[in-house]
Design a protein around this ligand. Structure first.
Ligand code: DC
Length: 213
């Protein structure tokens, strides 16, 4: 089964994807890492993030099975990733590898922004995970405080709104809900509730796919 999980920054889609993949023993691809690794290549070469030719070469040379996650997870790299992800030739360079991952025998879970719309429009199940910008900012704020970082809620909220706007407003594969996606608004849900709801969706799809009898 191919499971596509899309949604905005800090919606909880990554956590859900990881737990769902573990629950059903499916391989997982966090596609945000591909854009983050592309952005890192530019930053470490001192190149501007809007250098399309350099960004495209960096994306083409990525091996999705061997992404070094060091330095990739923070908010600053997420913001940089959002800039390179708006370059059409960067997205084009990453499509085939993502599609091969999605179509591997036995299925896979992929999370990102365009999985249900572009990478795997034929996915068996598409979940669009969202939450209000305030709830997402609050989650990020508490995570950062937990790591002992000095942060301001208003700054995090402004960053989230800016990233939503860029990811949804770009012309190449913008973040949007696939017509046949199930919307999961996690604003008032715990991660356990979100996982339980997603497991029910997968099980309902599997049951519907089985021949009667
Ligand atoms: O999911 P994330 O926060 O790791 O993603 C970082 C950025 O990468 C995000 O702001 C937009 C971009 N991205 C994308 O355009 N398409 C994807 N499938 C995944 C991420």
């Amino acid at each position: 089964m191919i499971i596509a999980i899309d949604g905005p920054a800090a919606s909880g889609k990554g956590t859900l994807a990881k737990k769902l993949a573990a629950h059903f023993s499916l391989p997982l691809l966090d596609t945000g890492l591909l854009y983050r690794a592309t952005a890192r290549a530019l930053l470490s070469a001192g190149a501007p993030l809007n250098d399309a030719a350099h960004a495209t070469r960096a994306a083409q040379s990525l091996d999705i099975a061997k992404i070094d996650e060091h330095d990739l997870r923070g908010a600053a790299m997420g913001e940089a990733a959002s800039v390179v992800a708006a370059i059409p030739s960067v997205r084009a360079a990453l499509i085939d590898a993502q599609r091969r991952f999605a179509n591997q025998p036995g299925g896979a879970v992929l999370d990102g922004r365009d999985i249900g719309t572009v990478i795997a429009p034929h996915a068996n199940l598409k979940i669009f995970v969202t939450a209000s910008p305030e709830v997402r900012a609050d989650r990020r704020y508490k995570e950062a405080l937990g790591r002992g970082e000095e942060v301001e809620y208003d700054v995090i909220l402004a960053d989230i709104r800016k990233r939503d706007e860029r990811d949804s407003g770009r012309s190449a594969a913008p973040l949007k809900i696939a017509e046949d996606a199930v919307l999961l608004d996690t604003s008032a849900m715990s991660i356990e509730d979100v996982l339980a709801a997603a497991i029910r969706l997968v099980e309902a799809k599997s049951a519907a796919a089985k021949p009667p009898g």
